[in-house]
Design a protein around this ligand. Structure first.
Ligand code: NAP
Ligand code: MG
Length: 403
């Protein structure tokens, strides 16, 4: 069999622990035998980030800017325990935070659906993709406790020294709490652009929601920027693609989403996205079935699994025990990236291979062969629970039938 051809390399970003083990297995069993795999490799394993003073993370982000498509393995975000475990020079920042800051992207999280795992919300037939604005609001908030009687004010001083001020609250002796937060027009516009572009790419309706009735300037600005960009830049393209842009108040959106069949992209402000993505992930089944893609306003893509490095399984693996770790989200990061690379380079065979590999993995689970995390959720009576390696071997058998 002739291997599927690639032209431009994928930016391959390796990571840590159990997902690093799965990463290698996926390449060995499901990619190398079938594709003339071209990648530019960046090792974001914690040891190598430490050795390079985290320069490798910056280099990886710049490579995605250069080539346009990357695929990333889960990585450790160091904390005090990890500093000790890996004898780190310092507590390096979250690699995903660094990548997001350089690419200025929006994160889209989409669940992988299989027939034998029913969402907890019984009407949801199609995935709900959450787009979370990843900048500002309470995540860059400034807050404190007030002491004693007094007035809290918000002041803006322009570069000529002129002040605009507004009273927040007159506190009595008991005091209270105050917070100030911000966002920028630029970041909101980037967010909107990523959402409109992604919706067009996926050919799915785009929903957006805020609390503009209460927050008449802050949230209203989000709503207005989306509306203005839609009218001026995207309306025609959306109509041509047969998709809809739909804005509604966040409370109404929640009610409508629960009653819906799914199938839309739901753009959320930073906090709403944080909360709603965990709700949606849980309702669809398992974190191990949740994929994630960072899309920059320039149209650069970085694919990954939404879950972490599955540390607990890795320690079992190190002791020589077999683990039953689910590789679906990591595998779909690869197929997503290969398909996007195929689209950008006009390589139909590469797109077809990505489709078939996804199909093979779905058929495997739907025929009853799955890892332990899914077995706990499945509605099937006859389940064949397999370990991490066997699961990929079973997918390979299905894939070979399709090729
Ligand atoms: P985690 O790796 O997502 O795992 C939490 C638990 O969820 C696991 O112990 C396992 O449950 C279950 N799980 C997650 N993925 C699974 C899979 N593919 N197959 C089967 N079960 C799965 O989260 P964590 O343990 O809190 O974090 C570990 C490390 O990951 C941390 O150092 C954190 O910094 C990092 N992290 C990285 C990313 C990223 O790179 N995007 C995201 C989140 C966390 P059981 O143990 O019950 O089987
Ligand atoms: Mg959250």
């Amino acid at each position: 069999m002739q291997k599927v051809r690639m032209v431009t390399p994928l930016v391959e970003i390796d990571g840590d622990e159990m997902t690093r083990i799965l990463w290698q297995m996926i390449k060995d069993k499901l990619l190398y035998p079938y594709i003339d795999l071209k990648t530019e490799y960046y090792d974001l394993g914690l040891k190598h980030r430490d050795d390079t003073d985290d320069q490798v993370t910056v280099d990886a982000a710049n490579a995605i800017k250069k080539y346009g498509v990357g695929v990333k393995c889960a990585t450790i975000t160091p904390d005090a325990a990890r500093i000790k475990e890996y004898q780190l020079k310092k507590m390096w920042k979250s690699p995903n935070g660094t990548l997001r800051a350089i690419l200025d992207g929006t994160v889209f999280r989409a669940p992988i659906l299989v027939k034998n795992i029913k969402p907890l919300v019984s009407g949801w037939d199609e995935p709900i993709i959450i787009a979370r604005h990843a900048y500002g609001d309470i995540y860059k908030g400034v807050e404190f406790q007030t002491k004693g009687k007094g007035k809290a004010e918000m002041v803006f001083t322009d570069d000529q020294g002129r002040e605009t001020r507004q009273t927040i609250h007159e506190f009595d002796q008991e005091g209270g709490i105050v917070m100030s937060m911000h966002n920028t027009h630029k970041s909101i516009r980037s967010f909107a652009k990523s959402c409109f572009e992604y919706a067009l790419g996926e050919k799915k309706d785009l929903w957006f929601s805020t609390k503009q009735t209460i927050s008449k300037t802050y949230d209203h600005t989000f709503m207005d920027i989306f509306a203005e960009m839609y009218e001026n830049e995207y309306k025609d393209a959306f109509e041509k693609a047969g998709i809809e842009y739909f804005y509604t108040l966040i409370d109404d959106a929640v009610a409508r989403i629960i009653r819906s069949k799914g199938g839309m992209i739901w753009a959320c402000k930073n906090y709403d996205g944080d909360v709603m993505s965990d709700m949606v992930a849980t309702a669809f089944g398992s974190l191990a079935m949740m994929t994630s893609v960072l899309v920059s306003p320039e149209g650069h893509y970085e694919y990954e699994a939404a879950h972490g490095t599955v540390q607990r399984h890795y320690y079992k693996h190190l002791k020589g025990e077999k683990t039953s770790t689910n590789s679906m989200a990591t595998l779909f990061a690869w197929t997503g990236a290969l398909r996007k690379r195929g689209e950008k380079d006009h390589l139909e065979d590469l797109c077809t291979f990505a489709d078939k590999l996804e199909k093979a993995s779905l058929v495997t689970i739907e025929n009853g062969t799955m890892t332990k995390d899914l077995a706990l959720l499945s509605t099937d009576d006859n389940i064949n629970i397999v370990n991490s390696e066997e699961f990929l071997d079973e997918i390979k058998i299905e894939l070979d039938k399709m090729l």
